[in-house]
Write a protein that binds this ligand. Structure first.
Ligand code: FEO
Ligand code: CA
Ligand code: CA
Length: 529
């Protein structure tokens, strides 16, 4: 047993098998010795009085998903797997959204994003292929997958005979809606080819998915695509295999991380969104009209007419990116369509606050506040990131003024770093997946104590408010993305993105997860809650 083993690690090991038991007979003194060196963690352990719903794990660099005692995971689909209807699961999965079938927590559709290829090119095709052939393979492997899944015989599995199984790819035709549709700023088009760079996103109140286009520039340039056709929020109806997806230009064009939908006090639709880049901005969209549940899918039109705002944190003001309400925009733009296509420049012109990579934002179902993950900004010396809590005036999501608090701060003192995806459970506890860049993991640097990227549990109230407890650790060099619960909160879905990302020789990969051959991005279901 490792001399540096902390008490919490020791207790975790007690739960995981024979090596642990061998250690247990000899390890007590060493545990005490190690414990004296990590006072804050021991204190957290002593304060722990059973209301954390699992026994936290310690950071690890094992090439597997490590979970607390009593939890296990099933691989539902890995890159290249048949998903039904002759389609295959794409590369680097991210956002997952579970859509119950007949309210079931055991049977439903799972939307999964496919974000980028990166060093996956080592495994996707031989280097001898022509660029044209390579691009076709890349384009098929990005976008999203719709899977039908079922929990049967003690595990989650794919329903391969599904009539819903579908791939949306970088070549699927997609309609534009809103002010930029047909605008000269998008070369006058009303539909565009494909979606890719799909990072995170969210669900609508009418059972469709919002998938967000993030880092699209490089591929657009390589593939010879028009940059202005990407960087949007895309709506897909997973239950209608014939439906044509929509890019809602009212929500602006930038490196969209996600889209968190809620309702204002007056029942207008509000969508919070981050632009994941150093020194970029935090946005929200407020619909003109009100949500009416009985209208079902017709509520989608609320995403076509409304106001996009960008945050000024210093003044606590939401600045309207609206050419009629912010006359300064007229110095540079003639139409609202142009403003939306050039959001970043327009936001800067209005004096929005540049932030440290605003990624996921989610609304806490208990306190109603939006929480925003700022991943990091190493150029500012912000290596570990933080999570903000946004307090809208009068607790109304449509307010034009707000204040904010710093809810939790990453760092060796708190045990997590670089928060990316957020998820709330029904009790208002925050589940946070972390994204320390794989090139910086497991090196002798500012991130050395964190080991592999993982998932953390952070209560938002009670005596452990703001404290992080590690729930999962991912395979080597991966990022655990897209956390999503079934309605009964007995299953947590996660997308394991870019395992083995630092591989340079495909015959000698740095991860062999999940099938002990080559690294394969895969979506998993975790049970044991
Ligand atoms: Fe694709 Fe911002 O993570
Ligand atoms: Ca992300
Ligand atoms: Ca990320």
């Amino acid at each position: 047993m490792d001399k540096k083993l902390s008490r919490r690690q020791f207790m975790t090991y007690l739960g995981v098998g024979t090596t642990a038991l061998v250690g247990a007979t000899t390890g007590i003194d060493r545990v005490a010795e190690a414990a004296s060196k990590v006072p804050e963690k021991v204190e957290a352990l002593h304060n722990w009085q059973g209301n954390i719903p699992f026994r936290p794990i310690e950071p690890t660099n094992q090439d597997d998903i490590i979970l607390p005692r009593g939890f296990k995971y099933d691989v539902i689909a890995a890159w290249g797997d048949d998903i039904g209807n002759g389609e295959k699961f794409g590369y680097n999965c991210d956002l997952t959204v579970y859509f119950p079938i007949q309210n079931s927590s055991h049977h439903g559709l799972l939307w999964v994003n496919h974000e980028y290829i990166g060093t996956g090119s080592l495994f996707l095709y031989p280097s001898s292929m022509t660029d044209e052939e390579k691009f076709k393979i890349e384009q098929y492997n990005l976008g999203g997958s719709i899977l039908e899944i079922k929990y049967e015989k003690g595990r989650w599995q794919l329903v391969k005979s599904s009539r819903y199984a579908r791939r949306i790819t970088a070549n699927t035709m997609i309609d534009l809606t809103g002010p930029a549709r047909g605008n000269h700023a998008v070369a006058g088009v009303t539909e565009v080819k494909g979606t890719y760079a799909n990072c995170s996103g969210g669900a609508t109140l009418w059972n469709t998915v919002l998938t967000c286009e993030e880092n699209f520039e490089e591929d657009a340039e390589r593939w010879g695509r028009n940059l202005t056709h990407y960087g949007w929020v895309v709506e897909v109806d997973p239950f209608n295999p014939k439906s044509k997806p929509k890019k809602h230009t009212s929500l602006g064009r930038f490196s969209h991380e996600n889209a968190a939908m809620t309702l204002s006090k007056g029942k207008r639709l509000v969508v919070y969104m981050g632009d994941d880049s150093n020194d970029q901005y935090f946005y929200k969209y407020v619909s003109d009209d009100t949500y009416q549940a009985r209208l079902g899918h017709q509520n989608s039109r609320l995403l076509e007419k409304g106001t996009l705002y960008v945050a000024d944190l210093e003044q606590g003001v939401w600045l309207p990116l609206d050419i009629n309400r912010s006359p300064k925009l007229k110095e540079k733009y003639k139409t609202q369509g142009e403003v939306l296509v050039h959001c970043r420049e327009a936001a800067k012109l209005l004096g929005a606050t540049p932030m440290d990579r605003p990624e996921d934002v989610e609304v806490n179902p208990v306190d109603g506040h939006a929480y925003l993950a700022l991943t990091n900004n190493t150029k500012h010396g912000n290596f570990y990131g933080q999570i903000l809590k946004i307090l809208e005036k009068n607790n109304d999501a449509a307010s034009e003024t707000f204040s904010f608090e710093v809810f939790a701060v990453g760092g060796p003192q708190s045990g997590f770093a670089c928060p990316d995806n957020l998820l709330f459970d029904r009790k208002g506890n925050l589940w946070v997946s972390c994204d320390i860049s794989s090139s910086k993991l497991n090196k002798d640097n500012a991130y050395k104590t964190f080991k592999n990227n993982g998932v953390f549990f952070i209560p938002t109230r009670g005596k452990h408010k703001g404290e992080a407890f590690q729930f999962a650790s991912g395979p080597r060099e991966c990022e655990m993305t897209g956390p999503w619960f079934t309605p009964d909160e007995k299953t947590l879905f996660l997308a394991v993105q870019h395992p083995g990302e630092e591989t340079t020789d495909p015959k000698n990969p740095t991860s062999r997860w999940p099938r002990r051959d080559i690294p394969r991005p895969a979506v998993v279901a975790i049970r044991g809650f």
